[in-house]
Design a protein around this ligand. Structure first.
Ligand code: SF4
Ligand code: SF4
Length: 116
């Protein structure tokens, strides 16, 4: 089965037998266990060239980020809410035009994971 998002971007749904082998993960429940040390002065994520985004037909960044860092602003430009980033690294590889600048947050800033 193919799922369609608002702008026509298509993603395939996993087959039922594969789905059954995967653990149930509730991202929202996991996010509340994280601690964020937000760098208010410097973003570790940025759009390199908004003109490239304007030509990017499907804008997959609006879908692949697990915490919705990328949104479309009223001005039609991609907005980056870097404060919510969980540093999964997906946007380093998933932007088809390599148009997202990504560095680790400065020392002492960023997300802290709690294990166990
Ligand atoms: S996927 Fe990349 S090029 Fe496309 S809109 Fe998002 S940041 Fe811009
Ligand atoms: S690193 Fe992951 S969480 Fe952070 S902006 Fe990129 S896709 Fe979103």
């Amino acid at each position: 089965m193919v799922m369609k998002t608002g702008d026509g971007f298509q993603a395939k749904e996993l087959p039922q037998d594969l789905k059954a082998t995967l653990p149930q993960v509730y991202v929202d429940d996991m996010l509340v266990t994280l601690k964020y040390f937000i760098d208010e002065e410097k973003s570790h994520l940025w759009i390199k060239d908004h003109d490239v985004c304007a030509r990017c037909q499907h804008k997959p960044c609006l879908y692949f980020c697990p915490v919705g860092v990328y949104t479309l602003g009223q001005d039609g430009k991609i907005q980056v809410a870097y404060q919510s980033c969980v540093e999964c690294g997906s946007c380093r590889v998933a932007c088809p035009y390599h148009n997202i600048g990504w560095i680790l947050p400065r020392g002492g800033f960023g997300v802290a994971y709690k294990f166990g």
